[in-house]
Design a protein around this ligand. Structure first.
Ligand code: ADP
Ligand code: ASP
Ligand code: MG
Length: 408
């Protein structure tokens, strides 16, 4: 029988009534003749609560125990979903990650999937038993529970779709598809019927929370037909697919934002070969995810080095920078930290063949008095760092400037 993966996010399983609603959708697909693997998230808010408890217990926590705690939210919803399906006459059982098993590496808190053994699931499908799988979790080579990073149930879902050679991977969530920008920021956001893997990958990695970045990466690599749709409405959703399958052509397809960014300037470092490596090597070792980087033109053989990273990584970045100064590896005058910045990015494969896109972006921001602090570009995106208070204004201005509310 053809197989289908259906993933339900936190708001879609937030209480028993919603679990029942989700289960009805599963039942409908079972009746259409699919063997279904249901991937569930924890009830909305649950993972945040669990993370909070861990941090309250221990500031410098053991990441293995963090995973033991935060993975538990998914166990509850998996069991409840299986029970609800059984009540509806759909034979189903729950699976925790280790039971499948879904094997990962040992990077606790942000583990990568290494393999999924599907034989047990397939055997049970053969017995008419549908699978409800706790998302977000796996097992390390040491036999410890791991989690896949926040939003990781999306990645579980795509990985199962690939491993089971499912016909589709449906991501059910609280919006009815992928929009031109986060619909919470502007009412003018428009639902896209289709979006290319590449654009979705950029949007996700630049802050569009609707899909975890790794899930898109995996879908692209394995050619999984990934569909984002609503748990609450019967609308069509958005298909993430190859660029060739998209007829709509536009320069910019979407705008992403990332609110919790910080900007760090290392003031007056020696302008010499190797200085960037001496600064960014230790930052990487400290686990700081450096994003944008600019080096100013120097004078008197000194220069300033500016970079951005997530706000929550600032304590680690500061410690690493202080360490390289006290060890004598890098001498600088000061570190200036601005924790009130945000990143806004425009994304579109059409940028490859169209000049002047960045200019249009800068002009639109200037018109609204938004000052740009750092800029980075790639083939299909332009990102700017701005004051956080202008975030909504900037997204709206860019949405208007590129006429994203218009169907082309
Ligand atoms: P789930 O709990 O189902 O995994 P998430 O909260 O992780 O759901 O993701 C859905 C949210 O993603 C939406 O509520 C929306 O606010 C946000 N989002 C951000 N950018 C976009 C976008 N471009 N299109 C749709 N939703 C987006
Ligand atoms: N429950 C996890 C989280 O909140 C995983 C997920 O929902 O995808 O990050
Ligand atoms: Mg999510």
């Amino acid at each position: 029988m053809p197989r289908l993966v259906m993933k339900f996010g936190g708001t879609s399983v937030a209480d028993l009534e919603r679990i029942e609603n989700a289960a009805r959708r599963v039942k409908a697909e079972v009746e259409r003749g699919y063997d279904v693997a249901v991937i569930v998230s924890a009830m909305s808010g649950k993972t945040n609560e669990l993370v909070g408890w861990v941090r309250e217990t221990s500031m410098l926590y053991d990441a293995r125990e963090y995973d033991a705690v935060v993975s538990s939210g998914e166990n509850v919803t998996a069991g409840l979903m299986a029970l609800t399906l059984q009540n509806m006459g759909v034979p189903a059982r729950s699976w925790q990650g280790w039971q499948v098993p879904l094997r990962t590496n040992s990077t606790h808190g942000a583990a990568r999937i290494e393999s999924i053994e599907t034989s047990n699931l397939i055997q049970k499908f053969g017995e008419g038993l549908h699978a409800v799988i706790a998302g977000f979790q796996g097992i390390s080579p040491e036999g410890r529970i791991t989690t896949l990073g926040r939003g990781g149930s999306d990645t579980s879902a795509v990985a199962f779709a690939a491993a089971l050679e499912a016909e589709r991977c449906d991501i059910y969530t609280d919006v009815d598809g992928v929009y031109t920008t986060d619909p919470r920021i502007t009412k003018k956001a428009r639902k896209l019927h289709r979006i290319s893997y590449e654009e979705m990958l950029e949007l996700a990695s630049l802050g569009a929370k609707v899909l975890q970045t790794r899930s898109v990466e995996l879908a692209m690599r394995n050619k999984v037909r990934l569909q984002v749709r609503s748990s609450f409405e019967d609308s069509e959703g958005t298909l993430v697919c190859d660029e060739e399958e998209i007829v709509e052509r536009r320069v910019v397809s979407g705008i992403a934002h990332s609110r919790d960014e910080a900007k760090v300037t290392v003031v007056s470092v020696a302008d010499r070969p190797g200085i960037a490596a001496a600064i960014f090597g230790p930052l990487a070792e400290a686990g700081v995810n450096v994003d944008m980087i600019v080096q100013n033109t120097g004078a008197d053989n000194r220069t300033d080095m500016t970079f951005s990273c997530p706000t929550e990584e600032i304590p680690r970045a500061k410690a690493a920078l202080e360490e390289i100064k006290s060890s004598g590896d890098v001498n600088y005058r000061d570190i200036v930290i601005d924790e009130d910045v945000a990143k806004v990015s425009i994304v579109g494969v059409g940028m490859r063949s169209q000049a002047g896109v960045a200019h249009r972006m800068f002009e639109a921001l200037a018109k609204d008095g938004v000052n740009i602090k750092v800029i980075t570009t790639s083939e299909i995106k332009v990102s700017v760092l701005i004051d956080r208070k202008y975030l909504e204004l900037a997204v709206q201005a860019l949405h208007d400037a590129f006429e994203l509310d218009r169907v082309s």
